[in-house]
Design a protein around this ligand. Sequence first.
Ligand SMILES: Nc1ncnc2c1ncn2[C@@H]1O[C@H](COP(=O)(O)OP(=O)(O)O)[C@@H](O)[C@H]1O
Ligand SMILES: [Mg+2]
Length: 327
Amino acid sequence: MFFDRERELDKLLRLVSAEPNLITFVYGPINSGKTALITEFIEKLPNDYVTFYINLRGRFINSYGDFMKVLFSVKEGSVKELLAELLKSGLAYGGIPVPEGIFRKLLEDEKEDPFLFLENYLRELVERGKRPLLILDELQVIGDLELDGPLIYRLFNFFVRLTKETHLSHVFLVTSDSLFIEKVYNEAMLHGRAEYFLVDDFDRRTALEFLWKLGLNASEAELVWNYFGGKPVYLAEAPKHRDELKEWCERTLRLRVQSINALIGGRKGLVNLLREFVDKDSIPFDGRVSKVLTKLVKANVLFVDPLNGVVRPQGRLELLAIRRLLG
Ligand SMILES: Nc1ncnc2c1ncn2[C@@H]1O[C@H](COP(=O)(O)OP(=O)(O)O)[C@@H](O)[C@H]1O
Ligand SMILES: [Mg+2]
């Protein structure tokens, strides 16, 4: 069951109803519901949109060719037929549909520029009255693999071209790894070319309403909130553990304490940074990204919110685990 996100859905709809101008980074802590929100959003889009949704999670990307295989999806039929199909369905999951012959050419012929091809492809759709929307989920997969800088650079140049320069397509880049965003934001010089859209855990009122809707009573809902805050993934799980709710909460917290303990292994730098959260919920983010911070972010213990300028635990569970470990 998809719950709420009314405000976010409204905002996203308003965003794409205007002419494409900026790249949109959809970011937020792990399991906050970014993918769920985007999926719901795609369903709500009026039918003059054509959405390309590509999720890089679990995809193996180690070269330019690998990336092209993720970006495009080989389909039966001519370009004309594939475009006609898109005009009808308004949606392509998992890659931009192209005929095999064209894909080969794009990959093998050095004179071919896949980004130029894509630009023309999107222009075709625009000329037929459609509004393209390109969404890449889990984009940090590219960054994690430290692919040659130029790909990232070219890719973001292309996104800037699609938005700010030609206004052909909206571009949403979805990720939990906000340090990756920070990096490309600075290195690909995206100042004035990109904006941030935060999808956070539910606030208290929304979380409690969600739990009531799932059948929990007021005191059960309160208990779940106290352990997990508004992290949707845990709220959705809670009803399954109604017969032993307190034990489930405790067990989940204990496991988190153990995993964080194993991660830090008593190392001073990590301990010192985490100790900040013993008496604070968040600390200011000054733009400096230390090794220690990177490690804790990559391990999904801490979350950097560049827009609001804070570092905080990924969720309430992590906050409690840190406090139990170091408090
Ligand atoms: N709005 C929502 N309503 C109900 N359940 C949700 C909602 N958002 C997220 N969830 C639950 O939380 C899980 C994790 O959400 P997901 O979108 O995968 O997080 P993210 O992409 O931010 O890591 C989902 O599989 C779903 O069970
Ligand atoms: Mg996701």
